[in-house]
Design a protein. Structure first.
Length: 449
């Protein structure tokens, strides 16, 4: 599969297919760390906009819905709405947050996964006022529970396509028994539902983090969905065929970005002729490279037996992906880069005396001084390690590190394990503003009786 590092948007302005960690301004990020303290998530809303536009340009005839589970912060939800994306929600909580961000029922799709009664009751309560919202059911049993509650609105049936794909077995959804009506039963569930509901769609999601390598599985899922759409077309008027999200992003610095146009083309070809609109619901692709996590070095432990351990104030409770999925995230030592850049400016000024000398990006110097390190968090767990054997520029206590591609499944998966309050979050719009306050120690006991 070919890749495209750069992709102009509809307005003809530059809209690169990936924003690498190296492209973030070290001085600006350090300034944010100083002002808002760490650990701190930083989300660049302009980059969220660019990602939305690239998706819409590639999937021009499709309905693009943002999977809120990747980042359900209000500023992000408002931004994707402004860009014209719908919102796909995995729980009543996400549905409530979509409405809090100003969404209308037409924009909201609730995908019920083994839904607790409380979720169904809450969403159906909403539906009484917002009758255009869509509920996606992934089991015949869920369809029955919706009927029992008097729901007769827009229903979509989630199908288990029997094939999955993804960056890790834990996010390979498609063939997992947990998700969706088994393919062999899908046609009968759809046709049985038509008398009691407005059956508007069918849905499947292959998995998360699909790269060029496992695109054939994604294509097979789409092909099966096209087949099902044609099979049920005599019984129901489908409005859409939703083939899920899962578009991967390059977490490693040398990994090429997905060629979105090629993926879109392959998706349309695999779907074939259907009398319904194609829908997609990407999450990660919209927000991953729009976010970085900032952390401060609090401990540097050197020994003869082990490589240097760099202790930081962010850990698996701040960013769970490395502990949960062995995920790779690029890391930069911003403080060394800004120190080097300042030193270079001073040297150049001394040489030229005009004070206008250009500073180079500190990357090269930083790399030449890099030592292999383990970066670990403050949680009392062996798995609380962001990376091992990673070259990092001369870490010292007080340095600020930036962790890349932290915008998706970062803050959303944060927890208070070890009684650690969750971090703060700043959005750049383009000026910085606090989007989420740092959780307080007092909040940890607030709910206790
Ligand atoms: C049903 C469904 N849709 C969309 C997504 C979004 O996936 P991604 O963030 O990889 O695009 C997920 C992720 O788990 C999902 O389960």
């Amino acid at each position: 599969m070919s890749t495209g590092e750069s992709h102009g948007d509809a307005a003809g302005t530059e809209n690169p297919a990936v924003r690498r960690l190296a492209a973030w301004d070290a001085g600006r990020l350090e300034g944010l760390a100083a002002e808002y303290e760490t650990p701190l998530y930083v989300m660049d809303l302009d980059r969220v906009r660019e990602n939305c536009r690239r998706l819409q340009a590639a999937f021009s005839a499709a309905d693009v819905r943002y999977a809120a589970k990747a980042h359900a912060g209000r500023a992000v939800l408002e931004t994707v709405r402004e860009e014209g994306l719908g919102i796909e929600c995995a729980s009543a909580g996400e549905v409530e947050r979509a409405f809090a961000a100003g969404a209308r029922g037409t924009e909201v799709q609730y995908t019920a996964v083994n839904p607790p009664d409380r979720d169904l009751d809450t969403v159906i309560e909403r539906w009484h006022d917002e009758s255009e919202l869509t509920i996606t059911a992934g089991a015949r049993d869920t369809v029955d529970r919706l009927r029992e509650r008097g729901f007769d609105g827009r229903l979509c049936v989630r199908v288990n396509p029997g094939v999955g794909a993804g960056h890790h077995e834990k996010v390979t959804t498609g063939g997992h028994a947990k998700f969706g009506v088994p393919y062999s039963q899908a046609e009968s569930v759809v046709t049985d539902a038509r008398d009691d509901f407005d059956v508007v769609g069918i849905h499947a999601h292959a998995g998360s983090g699909i790269s060029g390598d496992d695109l054939s599985a994604h294509r097979e899922v789409v092909r099966r969905m096209g087949e099902l759409a044609r099979a049920v077309s005599d019984h129901v008027d489908l409005e859409f065929v939703d083939v899920g999200g899962g578009f991967g992003v390059p977490y490693r610095e040398d990994e090429p970005p997905l060629d979105l146009d090629a993926v879109a083309r392959a998706t349309r070809e695999a779907l074939g002729e259907v009398d319904a609109q194609l829908a997609i619901e990407p999450g990660r692709y919209v927000v991953a490279d729009a976010g970085v996590l900032l952390a401060t070095v609090n401990t540097v432990k050197e020994s003869e037996e082990y490589e240097t351990v760099v202790g930081i104030d962010a850990g698996m409770t701040t960013l769970l992906r490395p502990a949960m999925y062995d995920a790779y995230h690029a890391i930069r030592n911003l403080s060394v880069e800004t120190d080097d850049a300042e030193a270079e400016t001073d040297d150049a000024e001394a040489e030229t005396g005009d004070g206008e000398a250009e500073t180079e990006n500190g990357d090269e110097d930083a790399d030449s001084d890099a030592i292999p390190v383990t970066v670990a968090g403050p949680i009392c767990e062996t798995s609380d390690v962001l990376c091992e054997h990673r070259p990092l520029a001369r870490p010292s206590r007080g340095d600020v590190l930036a962790v890349g591609n932290a915008g998706a499944y970062g803050y959303e998966m944060a927890s208070t394990y070890n009684s650690r309050p969750r971090p703060a979050e700043v959005v750049l719009d383009p000026e910085p503003r606090l989007a989420r306050r740092r959780e307080t120690l007092a909040a940890l006991t607030e709910l206790e009786e």
